[in-house]
Design a protein around this ligand. Structure first.
Ligand code: SF4
Length: 53
């Protein structure tokens, strides 16, 4: 049952992440990216991480 729920959550996450077209519009408005300058802290970076699972 728990494994089934985990698969459902992963499926939902993949669906959400697939909507990111890597346009980069989020970079200049992301406060974390502005402070750290590390793309992995932006929405696009987080989507890249999530899509690798
Ligand atoms: S998360 Fe960033 S890169 Fe992805 S679609 Fe939205 S604005 Fe574009």
């Amino acid at each position: 049952m728990i494994e089934h729920q985990r698969q459902d959550v992963l499926k939902e996450i993949k669906h959400i992440v697939s909507k990111c077209d890597r346009c980069g519009t989020c970079l200049p408005v992301c406060p974390l990216f502005g402070i750290k300058g590390i793309e992995l802290s932006s929405a696009r970076g987080k989507n890249n991480i999530a899509s690798s699972y």
